[in-house]
Structures are given as structure tokens and as C-alpha cells.
Design a protein around this ligand. Sequence first.
Ligand SMILES: C[S@@+](CC[C@H](N)C(=O)[O-])C[C@H]1O[C@@H](n2cnc3c(N)ncnc32)[C@H](O)[C@@H]1O
Length: 238
Amino acid sequence: MKQLVRHLLKAWHARQAANTLRDLESRLRTPATRLAIPFIFRGAGFFKSIKPMQSQAEFGELYARITAMQPRRIIEIGTCHGGTLYLWCQAAHPKATIISLDLPAGEFGGGYPACRADFYRSFAALGQSLHLIRADSHSPDTVRQITPLLGDGKADFLFIDGDHTYEGVKRDFELYSPLVAKGGWIALHDILPRANEPRIEVWRFWQELKQQRPIAYEWADATPDGRAIGIGVVQVED
Ligand SMILES: C[S@@+](CC[C@H](N)C(=O)[O-])C[C@H]1O[C@@H](n2cnc3c(N)ncnc32)[C@H](O)[C@@H]1O
């Protein structure tokens, strides 16, 4: 009986979350105004939040650029609460393929419970294909699993926001950058050192990478909201 009540409550929260999202979308119609949606969305139970683990100011700059690019193929490493995934769906081409990877109970965020998957799928527009892969991004099997999902092309945009250790981010870059097309963008989140979180060492990898690849864009300044995290983007050379 308890299980049934829990199940019904979960289904009700899921429906409520989808309705809340559609309601926000009906009021905020342009990609620029939709930046706010995952930051203001409030649900209940397993669907409480889709808040990006991002500074809105920093992320907003990248989001505006990706919206202008309208990528046809996006790969994201680090789905978590679905906040950045929601915005990639808004920024992408109406017929885009969007692939988002996360390791259940992975470090630096904890992944997401399986019951949120249908809600995440509702982020995609009718013509878009959204693939949620719950696996270790560091495994060559995962790369083999996602490669055919790209069809006959490569990704225009790769967002790396999974394992934030030096070895972890480096491995993600090495495994997934070959899947990005010439001229495409590869973004790393958390490129600034954080004194209170020494395990986050994306900054070390970023310092190396920016010597080797052309920088498309770098945000590494203090933010108005006081949360400087940093986003760095390199471009795959033609
Ligand atoms: C910082 S969160 C992602 C936040 C999300 N991009 C946002 O801002 O809305 C990092 C996520 O990466 C996932 N992760 C950590 N290591 C991973 C790995 N080896 N493979 C796949 N996902 C991983 C964690 O489970 C976590 O959910």
C-alpha cells in the first residue's frame, strides 16, 4: 500500500513538474528569456529543482553564443539536475540530436534518479532527438554507445561538466573531442581554481589546453553574483 502511494505521488509530482515547465515556457517564449526558466523552476518531491550548477551570469554568456550557433548535434557530459540540458534543448536547432551522459551517483553532483528521465525527455522540442545515457563517460564502451547516435555527422558542441578531477576532465576531453566536427566548440566548466574544493582541478587542464588549442571564448572573471566558476571554450581547428 505504502509503495502504491509513493508511486502515485511520484507520478503526480512528475505531471505537476511538466505542467509547471510548460506554463513557464508559455510566458517566456524567446531563447533569451528562457535562460531564466531552470533557475526559477520549482517542483516537488523528486522533481523539486532543475537548477543548473552554474553562475547564471557566466552561463548566460555561453548560452547566448550557443543559441546563435543553433547546433545540430550536442554532447553533454554531466546531466545531474538537468538544468544545462534544458538550456541546450532551447539553444539547439529544432531538429537537433542532443546526447547527455551521467553516471548514476557520480561524483561532483550525484547524477539523477531514473524516475526523472521522462521529465528530461520532455525538454526536447518535437523535432529534436534527446538521448539520455546513464553510464561512465570514461569507459570506451560509452563512447562506442554514443557514436552511432550522432548519425552521419559529428557534434557541433561538446560540454564537459562531469568528473572535475584533472585526470577525469582530461580523459573526457581525450575520449570525446574526436567526436566534435572541425570548427565545433568544446566547453569546460569550472576552469577557475577553488580554494575550498581542491579536488576540482579543471583549471590545471584548462591551463594546458589553452596553450595547445585556439580559444573560442573564456570567462574567468569575478561574477556580479560573487560566484566565479569559469567557463573555457576551445574550437576544433579546421
Ligand atoms: C556538476 S554536475 C553537472 C551539472 C549540470 N551540467 C548542470 O549544471 O546542470 C556533474 C555530474 O557529472 C556526473 N559525473 C561524474 N563523473 C562522471 C563520469 N565518470 N561519467 C559520467 N558522469 C559523471 C555526476 O554524476 C554529476 O551529476
